[in-house]
Design a protein around this ligand. Structure first.
Ligand code: SAJ
Length: 416
């Protein structure tokens, strides 16, 4: 059986590799450089285990879809910030690109995150431009991806999956494909429910992170350490409070809730949660101001450690660090940026030495493992102007740093 995977990004590329173990797979992407890289056996991004799997598999790569039995669509769904809606242009483009190669018996699977109703209202009419009838001549399903960046491959294999079919036959056919590498359970439902389930999963996480962030702000007002408080509250058997932080980034949690609210007038909690998380960079800046005032520092140099949207990844999509940096610049502060994992960013990325030369405060913005003992070297420490750190993720060993003469603050620690 031949499978054509359309979109070779963070989801499409590893999925194509996993499918290549059992099928003849062609990956297809409009990005010619990416296709060239894959043809030359160059791994396009870092993810544990991916290089090894790539070495062991045969994956063809093309810039156009090739005739196949199954078409699997894994293109991104950008977020239109102006109107706070899903931008379905790539999903539509991918569907349009296969119309001319469709033949009876084909199965089209959409993994991309989409708004409820997209398969029925948008995908079906596009696919039927082929002259073939969806549900009769060709089959359609939605199997939303659930893997978390940083553990993509293992989660793709281990996680349970939801398959929504336009009809039962489509869902059953799709299950057969995923069964070849998914060890988790597979649950089947109708196509609109599958679209909705994906969105409520990420919305659940966003709303719970917003709760953690709001109570972190309250704890600062009340002089309470939120990290200790959450740890204690989570000892309750039915409480699982998430972790506060400097904001929510990434291409999923920070945008998917908007896909759910775009057509509704009833989504007040979800909307408020999004706003709370989006405003966390402003809260971080207000905390920095209080710390600087306490130390009598004017016109500071601020070093931002970490611009990836979360710990131990190289991905900066929707990172809250970007807003933090812009807000710091608006205050007139000089900003230096260091991220050992990220290669490309909107602002220049500096070496550790350059990022801390003469700095007044270090902001641990992303919880990368490398930051835990980044200042253990006395030569590095001697470059600082002031030994002040604001840890937004509670990751550093405070006692060790305090011994080295640092003033350590944690977001939500209730100190000042
Ligand atoms: N974050 C917090 N507090 C927390 C957890 C996360 O502030 O307690 C922040 C992170 O720092 C990051 C953001 O939230 O900025 C999102 O990170 P994440 O690790 O929660 O999630 P993603 O976006 O990397 O991946 C999510 C996952 N969804 C769920 O856990 C419900 C993943 O399983 C999905 O496949 C992925 O979205 C997706 O593609 O939709």
């Amino acid at each position: 059986m031949k499978i054509c995977v359309i979109g070779l990004g963070y989801i499409g590329f590893p999925t194509a590799l996993l499918l290549s173990k059992n099928y003849e797979v062609t990956g297809c992407d409009i990005n010619e450089d990416l296709v060239k890289k894959i043809k030359n056996k160059i791994v396009p991004f870092f993810e544990p285990g991916i290089e090894d799997l790539f070495d062991k598999t045969q994956l063809k790569a093309e810039t156009h879809p090739v005739p196949s039995d199954v078409f699997l669509i894994c293109v991104p769904t950008p977020f239109d910030k102006e109107v706070k809606m899903a931008d379905l242009r790539y999903v539509k483009g991918a569907l349009e690109s296969i119309v001319s190669v469709l033949v009876p018996g084909n199965l089209v699977i959409i993994e991309s995150t989409i708004t409820p109703g997209t398969c029925e209202k948008i995908a079906v009419p596009i696919l039927e431009r082929s002259g073939l009838k969806v549900g009769e001549d060709i089959h359609l399903s939605h199997c939303p991806e659930r893997a978390i960046p940083g553990k993509t491959l293992s989660e793709m294999v281990q996680n349970d999956r939801i398959i929504g079919g336009i009809d039962k036959f489509s869902a059953d056919l799709t299950e057969d494909i995923y069964r070849t590498y998914v060890k988790g359970k597979i649950y089947k439902t109708n196509i609109r429910t599958a679209e909705f389930v994906k969105l409520i999963e990420n919305t659940y996480r966003d709303v719970n992170i917003a709760l953690a962030n709001e109570i972190a702000m309250l704890s600062e007002e009340m002089g309470i350490n939120i990290w200790e408080a959450i740890d204690l509250a989570n000892k309750h058997p039915r409480v699982n409070i998430h972790l506060p932080g400097p904001g929510v980034g990434g291409h999923c949690i920070a945008v998917d809730p908007w896909f759910l609210t775009e057509n509704s007038i009833n989504a007040t909690l979800i909307t408020t949660a999004r706003e709370i998380n989006d405003n966390m960079p402003s809260f971080v800046v207000s905390r920095i101001k209080r710390i600087l005032k306490d130390h009598g520092i004017l016109n500071p140099t601020v070093s931002v450690f970490g611009v990836a949207y979360k710990a131990n990844v190289d991905d900066t999509r929707e990172t809250p660090a970007l807003k933090l940096i812009k807000l710091c610049e608006k205050e007139g502060w000089s900003v230096r940026i260091f991220d050992p994992n990220v290669k490309k960013f909107e602002y220049p990325l500096l070496s550790l030495e350059k990022a801390i030369d003469g700095t007044d405060i270090i902001i641990i913005e992303t919880g990368h493992d490398q930051f835990k003992d980044v200042l253990s070297n006395p030569d590095i420490r001697s470059r600082l102007n002031n030994k002040i750190v604001l840890d937004c993720h509670n990751i550093i060993d405070k006692s060790a740093w305090k011994k080295a003469g640092f003033s350590i603050y944690t977001l939500g620690d209730g100190s000042i």
